[in-house]
Design a protein around this ligand. Structure first.
Ligand code: ADP
Length: 398
């Protein structure tokens, strides 16, 4: 279930309303047959809740809200370049709140930290303190050791951290009042969730090492299933755990936003038809919507390169699509150089996935099969996690 952020003052209540509206939208005849539910949420969107009353004590702090005040304290306890060492990390949100309110006892000892999906799932199952290792990465959980590191456990706010399970693990059955209000089965089990972007990856249904998903939206993000874990803060590359493998990701600033600055979607379709994808374009661009690149080259001052512009718009578009494909190939090569499994097959999500000529260009440049992913909605990935949980529901507390 993918929920959009609503009005500033009432995010949490609008998420709650959306969740129950969605349950209400399910035709009553189907509801008794739902065997499990899971929900993905935006990574690093954080709430602090009173575990005695269920009341919201602070937040939601949104994924992109920055807490630079907490950064020195976090940097002093975490290893250098750790994922938590970013002012918008979940840990910076927690530490900032702790330093202003929590340490002074403003919340008593009942305060617990929840991610967006933990909180929504909690509305359905009612147990405190359960999360998944994808969401917990940005608060400092070590998915390799399957534990919080000792530098985190020794902090005074450590008791607020949730216990962590694999995504798609059964937590408990749906609360009685929710079951009876919505006509759900008393056997319906609520399972741990994941982050939005991992759910969108899972939707493509590809979890074998060497399989990847390139998301060609406004920007270009790549995600590769790898046997080895790879992290490199210089390029914003980090790994999420995916059962016994790793999901390695990197995101470039190139992508559809540049195309949109130059062409309408209709022009893209018409001009693409005039491109022969079997022929390599000699034009060498670096399409960026503005200055700055993160991956596969880390250079905040890199300028967009979109010249020389040929007379033919189709040739121009060909050069741009080919150049973005070269950046994509460079991205997968960089992940390989950093130690990840080599890419063998790429599925595509986002607006660019519609363009068959571009897919053919990418296939030639990447040298591996490229296909459009059949499913790309994060909600579909969350449903796959629920399915996994339904298969493992033995001994679920009720
Ligand atoms: P986001 O969710 O990141 O905003 P989308 O996945 O909705 O992006 O994709 C939108 C992007 O897809 C736009 O930037 C647009 O330029 C690009 N796009 C749309 N149609 C085509 C096409 N036929 N070929 C290539 N790119 C396209």
């Amino acid at each position: 279930m993918h929920l959009q952020v609503g009005d500033a003052a009432g995010w949490a209540s609008s998420w709650r309303a959306a969740l129950f509206q969605l349950l209400d939208d399910i035709p009553p005849a189907h509801r008794p047959f739902i065997s499990s539910i899971s929900i993905d949420g935006t990574s690093a969107t954080t709430l602090i809740v009173d575990s005695e009353t269920g009341e919201l004590l602070a937040g939601p702090f949104l994924y992109n809200e920055s807490f630079p005040d907490a950064l020195p304290a976090v940097e002093s306890i975490a290893p250098a370049n750790h994922t938590v060492c970013s002012a918008s990390s979940t840990l910076c949100k927690l530490v900032s709140w702790w330093n202003t309110t929590g340490a002074a006892g403003g919340a008593g000892s009942a305060a617990v930290l929840m991610h967006q999906s933990d909180w929504l799932l909690w509305l359905l199952h009612g147990r405190y303190g359960v999360s998944d290792y994808n969401n917990a990465l940005k608060v400092g959980y070590d998915p390799e050791a399957d534990a919080y590191p000792s530098w985190l456990m020794s902090q005074p706010y450590a008791p607020m951290l949730p216990s962590v399970r694999a995504p798609g693990a059964p937590i408990a059955v749906v609360k009685d009042d929710v079951c009876s209000q919505y006509g759900l089965s008393k056997e319906c089990v609520v399972c741990t969730g994941t982050t939005d972007s991992i759910a969108a990856f899972l939707a493509a249904g590809t979890t074998e090492p060497g399989r990847a998903v390139t998301s060609l939206g406004s920007t270009m993000a790549i995600k590769l299933v790898s046997e080895a874990r790879v992290d490199d803060a210089r390029f914003g590359v980090y790994s999420h755990r995916l059962d016994d493998t790793w999901l390695v990701g990197g995101a470039s600033n190139t992508g559809g936003a540049v195309l949109r600055q130059l062409f309408t979607d209709g022009e893209l379709v018409a001009l693409s038809r005039r491109i022969d994808p079997a022929v390599a374009s000699p034009l060498e661009y670096y399409p960026l919507p503005r200055k700055g690149e993160r991956f596969p080259v880390s250079d905040p001052d890199m300028a967009p390169r979109l010249q020389p512009r040929p007379e033919s718009d189709a040739e121009y578009l060909h050069g741009i699509l080919e150049s973005i494909a070269r950046i994509e190939a460079k991205g997968y090569n960089l992940l390989r150089e950093l130690g990840a499994t080599a890419v063998e097959e790429v599925f595509t999500a986002g607006g660019g996935a519609q363009n068959d000529r571009w897919t053919a260009i990418r296939e030639r440049v990447l040298g591996v099969p490229v296909r459009k992913a059949e499913q790309t909605e994060a909600a579909y990935g969350a449903a796959l996690l629920a399915l996994k949980g339904a298969d493992r529901r033995v001994g679920v507390p009720s």
